[in-house]
Design a protein around this ligand. Structure first.
Ligand SMILES: [Mn+2]
Length: 277
């Protein structure tokens, strides 16, 4: 039995199936999916339907594109020009698939292997226990067991504010900060404020910004390995073996990555789509 973590699928269903075949994924193996299962790529409906079919073998954390889908279905937001999940939205299965997505997490911790997975990152001021508790606050709202309804949360999902964390943040402001960290964060200012402007490679990043995984010299998540996706222009490199970047831009014509937790090996499936810059 092996545990594989796979980066952003974004509707790249064919590459996903080919990758599973390549790693010989079997009924006793486990799959960790780092979120952004849908959008930008061609086959969001097929991807979700397929994953749901073997979800007892999967652990999923939600990404910003998955939340965008829920913001449309549950929060009443409009579709953007760049969205590519029309056939998913028009499918008779959409409500069922959305309900299933709402039961997924923002952070998954595999204690035995000392690994945690999130879509974008763990805010560097949070230790593992704090991060897990804050993720739970949002997950309870997704499940309809929080102080506000899922509809109200998804209606008010969008926005960059607040950009700094205080323990006494409440309501939508608190939930939005937690969600933005787990699903959208890349860079921070020296004062720990979120900055959403820069998405490029590390070696071209502005001097005043620090990637979240390099913010602290003493990591509050200690020796737990953090797996994440979301940042395709890292091309799988963080320069730190405690932080594993899984989004290798399959949807942009590069490749899909699977990381085996037990062996530390990486497996790749090249994209079938032509590369875009
Ligand atoms: Mn993302």
């Amino acid at each position: 039995m092996a545990t594989y973590a796979v980066g952003d699928l974004q509707g790249c269903y064919q590459e996903f199936r080919d990758l599973l075949e390549k790693i010989n994924f079997g009924p006793s193996d486990k799959l960790l999916l780092a979120g952004d299962l849908v959008n930008r790529g061609p086959h969001s409906l097929e991807t979700l339907r397929f994953i749901r079919g073997f979800s007892d073998q999967c652990e999923i954390v939600l990404g910003n594109h998955d939340l965008h889908l829920l913001a449309i279905v549950i929060g009443g937001h409009g579709i953007k020009n760049s969205d590519t999940f029309d056939s998913l939205l028009e499918s008779g299965e959409i409500q069922e698939l959305a309900d299933w997505l709402l039961r997924q997490r923002l952070m998954f911790i595999e204690e035995e292997l000392n690994v945690a997975m999130v879509h974008a990152g763990v805010y560097p001021e949070w230790d593992l226990k704090t991060a897990r508790e804050l993720a739970s606050e949002v997950e309870l709202v997704f499940q309809g067991r929080g102080e506000i309804s899922p509809r109200v949360l998804f209606k008010n999902l969008y926005g960059n504010e607040p950009i700094t964390w205080h323990d006494d943040l409440r309501g939508i402001q608190r939930l939005r900060f937690i969600i933005n960290c787990f699903t959208r964060m890349r860079m921070l200012t020296k004062n720990g404020a979120l900055n959403f402007d820069y998405k490029g490679p590390l070696d071209e990043s502005p001097n005043n910004l620090i990637p979240w995984f390099r913010y602290n010299s003493f990591k509050k998540t200690r020796d737990t390995k953090i797996l994440f996706g979301h940042w395709a222009s890292l091309e799988g490199e963080t320069g730190d073996t405690d932080f594993i970047a899984l989004d290798t831009g399959c949807v942009w014509g590069r490749r899909l990555t699977a990381y085996c937790l037990e062996t530390g090996e990486f497996h790749f499936q090249e994209a079938k789509r032509p590369s875009v810059t």
